[in-house]
Write a protein that binds this ligand. Structure first.
Ligand code: ADP
Ligand code: MG
Length: 540
């Protein structure tokens, strides 16, 4: 590089190498973990996020926070990926996963300071991660779908501290009932459970309804309010002529011409509705618009119709009623129609909905969330999804673990024992891995205003004495047997969190050279720590 005549890369490329690259990346990753840290656990705080358009989200959910923050630093982005993977694989445990990764990197930094080479650290971390998976499976508790009480506890643990507090028991009951109803040969298709939101009543009025509910009212009051023995047509094209996106100029010179033009339009619409009627449909869900004349004709034929139904809702209705979504009216035959016992217009809170009940697929369910404001409802929805995700994973794998930091403490203890079997510097890395796991109970304590050092000391001594389920119970703020305190989580949360956290930590540790092209405006500065995450202060 000193030879001026030799240039490998364009001049505006920024490059950070060696220790600087490592430290930068570690710092950025730690900052991400630091952001979500205060939200961990039932006593964790919420964050208010304001989007550029002024939209407000109040949440405690790790992945939602990170997703909304528009993080740009490349290593920090890798941390956000952990949360996203956790969300898609398990649906819960996002904060835990990100925090473990952050702590693994922070502890690795200590080892780097002691002049331990990154490859030694990554090897130790890899060994520890593999061993953790083994230990986790060994200490997990087996359950079956008959253990409804345990499943309810899993749902409640997932929802503790998430705004659903007063109605936790009711929600847990809804979740377990819903999951058990859609379960088929040990498999659970979460797609069968739709979540719909209604503003107006209180959270306590949230209910489980069989069938599909969509937030659309019939297009005309002249249509029937209720249809029994529904034959449902699902179409994804508009029942209207004028495409508002295209302006067409038509020159007309005589009144006759205008008349015939209008007649022609009417004829096309009439034709369309005739085809719907001929198929035998008495209910129509249209993904696009339905114009006034078409509405009038549909009402005359006593067909219940909704327009601009969301694509995801169309798919849910199709699945529930076994109807096919058609893209061309000539395809609409009686065979494409869906079936349900009834379709009716119902009012919840301030809004009108359409309820498709008694569907051909009896597994179709809707959880209708009620709540006073949209912010509350959205946070309840996230809590419910965490609960659903956790109950589903617990049932699918049939394995659960004690929460409240108990499992992390037991893992840490056994990893330390395991490290004794190894020699050399990897042992140190495994010990750091173990102490990264202890960061979970210690943060649970800290966030609840309980002294983390006292808690860790007590937890350690009780686990050493063989109390595998000793954890921090935040209902009482004491170290207790958390299984008895009904704080239970699915094993999969921990399996996934530890594996993705260690993978990313290892990946970040192996980087010693960051080469950033400057094609994207502002990207140069994003490779430094703290940049690209506006409003965040560096760590102390
Ligand atoms: P995550 O995004 O990782 O799921 P949460 O904010 O949901 O983060 O917190 C999960 C942690 O809170 C888990 O470690 C769980 O064991 C713990 N937890 C839940 N309920 C309790 C409780 N009542 N007492 C102590 N810890 C609890
Ligand atoms: Mg959670």
């Amino acid at each position: 590089m000193t030879d001026k005549s030799l240039t490998l890369m364009p001049e505006d490329i920024q490059r950070i190498m060696g220790k600087d690259a490592q430290r930068n990346n570690i710092l950025a990753a730690r900052m991400v973990a630091e952001v979500v840290k205060t939200t961990l656990g039932p006593k964790g705080m919420d964050k208010m996020l304001v989007s550029p358009t002024g939209e407000i989200i109040v949440t405690n959910d790790g992945v939602t926070i990170l997703d909304e923050m528009q993080i740009e630093h490349p290593a920090a982005k890798m941390m956000v990926e952990i949360a996203k993977t956790q969300e898609s694989e398990v649906g819960d445990g996002t904060t835990t996963a990100v925090m473990i990764a952050g702590k693994l990197l922070e502890n690795a930094e200590k080892l780097l300071d002691k002049k331990i080479h990154p490859t030694v650290i990554t090897k130790g971390y890899r060994l520890a991660a593999e061993k953790s998976q083994e230990i986790l499976k060994e200490v997990a508790l087996r359950i079956t779908s008959d253990n409804e009480d345990v499943l309810r506890q899993v749902a409640m643990t997932a929802m503790t501290g998430k705004g659903a507090e007063d109605s936790r028991e009711r929600f847990a009951d809804i979740i377990v009932r819903a999951v058990k109803q859609v379960q088929e040969d040990g498999k659970i298709d979460i797609e069968n459970i739709k979540i719909e939101k209604s503003k107006g009543d209180g959270i306590k009025d949230t209910e489980l309804i069989s069938g599909v509910i969509i937030d659309k009212e019939r297009v005309s009051q002249d249509m029937p309010k209720k249809v029994n023995g529904a034959k449902i047509a699902l179409i994804d094209f508009p029942l209207e002529l004028r495409n508002p996106e295209i302006t067409t100029k038509i020159s007309i010179s005589t009144p006759d011409q205008l008349q015939s033009f209008l007649h022609e339009e009417e004829r096309v619409i009439k034709d369309m509705i005739e085809k719907v009627k001929l198929s035998g449909a008495n209910v129509l869900f249209c993904q696009k618009g339905i114009d006034d004349f078409a509405q009038y004709l549909l009402a005359k034929e006593e067909i219940y119709a909704c327009r601009r139904v969301a694509k995801s809702d169309m798919e849910k209705i199709s699945k529930a009623t076994r109807g096919r979504i058609v893209s061309n009216l000539s395809e609409l035959t009686p065979f494409e129609l869906g079936d349900s016992e009834k379709v009716e217009s119902v009012k919840h809170g301030e809004d009108y909905f359409t309820h498709i009940g008694g569907c051909k697929n009896p597994k179709a369910l809707t959880i209708l969330i009620h709540g006073g404001t949209s912010h509350v409802i959205d946070e309840i929805e996230r809590a419910l999804k965490d609960g659903l995700g956790d109950v589903i994973c617990s049932l699918e794998s049939g394995l659960v673990v004690p929460g409240g930091g108990a499992i992390e403490m037991e893992l840490a203890k056994r990893l330390r024992e395991f490290s004794q079997e190894l020699s050399g510097r990897e042992q140190l890395a495994i010990e750091e891995f173990a102490s990264a796991l202890e960061f979970i109970p210690s943060t649970l304590a800290e966030n609840a205003g309980v002294d983390p050092i006292d808690v860790l000391t007590e937890l350690k001594s009780r686990h050493d004495a063989g109390e595998k389920s000793a954890g921090l119970n935040l209902f009482t703020n004491k170290v207790e047997n958390v299984l008895e305190a009904r704080i239970i989580e699915p094993l999969k949360i921990k399996i996934q969190a530890i594996s993705s956290a260690s993978e990313v930590a290892i990946m970040i540790l192996r980087i010693d050279d960051v080469i950033a092209s400057n094609t994207k405006k502002g990207s140069m500065k994003n490779v430094g720590p703290g940049m690209g995450m506006s409003g965040m202060s560096p760590l102390d």
